[in-house]
Write a protein that binds this ligand. Sequence first.
Ligand SMILES: C[S@@+](CC[C@H](N)C(=O)[O-])C[C@H]1O[C@@H](n2cnc3c(N)ncnc32)[C@H](O)[C@@H]1O
Length: 252
Amino acid sequence: MNTESDTSNGVQFEGKETYVKDVFTEIASYYDEMNEIMTMGMVQGWHKFLLDKAGDFTGKKCLDIGTGTGELAFLDAERAGPDGEVIGVDITPKMLEFAEIKMKALDLPKDVVFEEGDALNLKYEDNSFDIVSSGYMLRNVTDVQQAIDEMYRVLKVGGKFVVADLGQPDNRVVHYFYKWYMKHRVTKMGRKYDKGKVIDGKVPAYDWLTSSVVGFPHGKEMTAKFMAAGFKDAKFCTKTFGAVYFYYGTKE
Ligand SMILES: C[S@@+](CC[C@H](N)C(=O)[O-])C[C@H]1O[C@@H](n2cnc3c(N)ncnc32)[C@H](O)[C@@H]1O
């Protein structure tokens, strides 16, 4: 893969948008299972921890961006209750198909509305949501700042954003083990699922997961992007020794 690792915008290359869509189309049927395995069962806890940062969801209008198979959107809907409203938007139709299938087996207070759309050019009006959530999408976009600017635009004044993505542990010892885990364990586990299938002439799906983390802005650098969008109180915290980062704040 011809990647250009730019510390301010993550890994970018020609054809990234199509490649990312093709990756998620390929892995949609086993995405949830692989997430459980790779995170050693921690992903659900991370989702809940993230949403807690947005406070009370009751009756709120929520947008989950890069919703994938809908895991965060379903939690938004449980918290928003029957008077709330949740839209889950994603650029990959196949991921949304699985979200729809999963929703049939759930007893949500109100169904999530899943829609195809691009995080860089959201089709929603300015100031229209109370809460924006987004999990593990930012590494996949071609312009991180634009995606964050769009979150700001669609939030109402007083609205809250909660965003999670991967980072890299700063502690050198932990970093060493993290790199080993990502390079050897995650790629090896992924190979059982993605079968090493080359996508668009580029690396297989789970190699993208590991390579997209390298040079991806996290912590203070990412928080600065939320501040640049207008979120004056943007903050971050981490879990799992800095492998995962949570960003949150309010549109004033
Ligand atoms: C790693 S998955 C995360 C899915 C879900 N949020 C979760 O936590 O499990 C990233 C998702 O972002 C979506 N995505 C990537 N680029 C996007 C874009 N420009 N606009 C909307 N969704 C995008 C992908 O299709 C994929 O479903």
